[in-house]
Ligand binder design. Structure first.
Ligand code: SDX
Length: 436
């Protein structure tokens, strides 16, 4: 944080003395007003329930310019990373701040590949779930349970432990997600094969059965790897802020990441990809393209809670750059699979076109976000909608860890403890039962 001479003066119409607050400049993006001393100086809090105007931390990992529709991981544009790097290079970049050279990439890949198995006991943990449990319920349990199996890397204040648990989480999430899937479809788990790529290994664990060898389709492998890159990190979104707040108590990294998994599940956040595909299915069932007008009318009706899932974003007030890359990936996968005329993809593109010309969406700067097309890609790969968010969690684990480790490594960090505007009852005395 670059300190600056610039200051904000807060004055009060009730004659209370005004207060000067320092303003800091980042390397790029909005300046911040440091209000840490505000309560001590004014006996007042700021009020910002959805954190619409609040910077909760300083970070050098991911930068988003919502007006330009720009997303940078450690300064590199997401478009360049998606086209020139693979997911493990992106993991290295997010964790260590620089893209790896060939030797560093080989070492990091070897390290991740040699941690892909989970403790053999973890398979029995799944048996406690019904077979129709939502994979995100299973993942919230499994990731939290890792803190029971990997206690030798659970001290968040030990840099070595932070590095080992980062590798363990990145390496084991695909294995756990595939196990959650296999459990729900009643098939045996497939062990990781470490000669395969990160995405290829995941595809094999998902779809291989003991009855026949599974051959990784390079187009699907590349599409999934790009999918992971696009979902790897995204500044201080709800689940990342959850991980930071949870980790700020000093809890172990597995528990903090499990909190992120739980938060990501929500339909307003990572659950939107599953909701967006189900929305397209519903419109398709109602009659497809001809029914888009009717659906949009419902979305615009103030009394309805219907939202255009996969549209809108707290930060992007322009096209989410990930949505463009996801649409490109959609095209590649569907064409390769001979599904170029996939009705759902055509429906999604028509729905997008109509929405982007509609005043309701234009005036609210609502554009497709990362979740609008991601469901169509995953469905084409053969992934069931209920698993979409678990795969989002798999990809986002590296971002959560990078942000958590950045916070813990900052000597200035404190346990997060927001305050409130209290609107409840002032002090009152308990009456005896007979007098209530
Ligand atoms: C992700 O934060 C991140 O970075 C998240 C994420 C990441 O990588 O971590 O990018 C991943 O979560 C993407 C977002 C996925 N969610 C969805 O697609 C669900 C649908 N979208 C929304 O619910 C909504 O757009 C949010 C939650 C994403 C953002 O909501 P905000 O910023 O709180 O905005 P808002 O709800 O106050 O909406 C502003 C206006 C409202 O209308 P008015 O009250 O002003 O009349 O826009 C409307 C909203 O009703 N609106 C929508 C809409 N999104 C906002 N109307 C219809 N459909 C939508 N999708």
């Amino acid at each position: 944080m670059q300190s600056s001479e610039n200051k904000a003066t807060l004055s009060f119409s009730n004659g209370a003395p005004s207060v000067e607050l320092p303003i800091y400049k980042g390397t790029v993006g909005p300046d911040v007003i440091d209000i840490r001393k505000l309560y001590a100086q004014t006996d007042m809090f700021t009020y910002d329930p959805g954190f619409m105007s609040t910077a909760a931390c300083q970070s050098s990992i991911t930068y988003i310019d919502g007006d330009k529709g720009e997303l940078l991981y450690r300064g590199y544009p997401i478009e360049q990373l998606a086209r020139n790097c693979d997911y493990l290079e992106t993991c290295y970049l997010l964790l260590y701040g620089e893209l790896p050279n060939e030797t560093q990439k080989a070492d990091f890949t070897r390290m991740v590949s040699s941690h892909t198995m989970v403790h053999e006991q973890m398979q029995f943990f799944l048996r406690g779930f019904r077979r129709d449990a939502h994979p995100m319920a299973i993942m919230t349990g499994l990731v939290g349970a890792m803190s029971a199996f990997y206690r030798d890397s659970a001290d968040i204040h030990n840099p070595k432990h932070r590095e080992i648990s980062a590798i363990r989480l990145i390496a084991k999430m695909p294995t756990l997600v595939a196990m959650a899937y296999k459990y729900t479809v009643g098939e045996p788990f497939a062990y990781p094969q470490n000669h395969l790529s990160y995405a290829g290994n995941f595809l094999r664990m998902m779809f291989a059965t003991p009855c026949q060898e599974y051959k990784v389709n390079p187009v699907l492998e590349h599409a999934l790897d790009r999918f992971f890159i696009l979902h790897a990190d995204h500044e201080q979104n709800a689940s990342t802020s959850t991980v930071r707040l949870c980790g700020s108590s000093g809890t172990n990294p597995f528990a903090a990441i499990a909190a992120g998994v739980a938060c990501l599940w929500g339909p307003a956040h990572g659950g939107a990809n599953e909701a967006a595909l189900n929305m397209l299915y519903d419109i398709q069932k109602e009659g497809g393209v001809e029914k888009i007008g009717e659906f949009i009318k419902k979305v615009k009706d103030k009394n309805s809670t219907v939202r255009l899932m996969g549209f809108g974003h707290r930060v992007y007030k322009n096209y989410d750059p990930r949505a463009k890359l996801m649409q490109e990936t959609c095209d590649e996968v569907l064409t390769n699979l001979g599904l170029g005329n996939d009705p759902l993809f055509k429906l999604a593109k028509t729905l997008e076109k109509i929405a982007l010309e509609d005043e309701y969406f234009v005036s609210r700067k609502l554009y497709p976000n990362v979740d609008f097309y991601s469901g169509i890609v995953q469905r084409a790969i053969g992934i069931p909608p209920t698993l979409f968010t678990a795969i989002f969690a798999l990809a986002r684990t590296v971002g959560w860890i990078a942000q958590l480790n950045e916070m813990i490594a900052d000597p200035e960090y404190k346990i997060g403890r927001p305050r409130q505007l209290f609107e409840g009852s002032p002090r009152r005395d308990v009456k005896p039962l007979g007098q209530r």
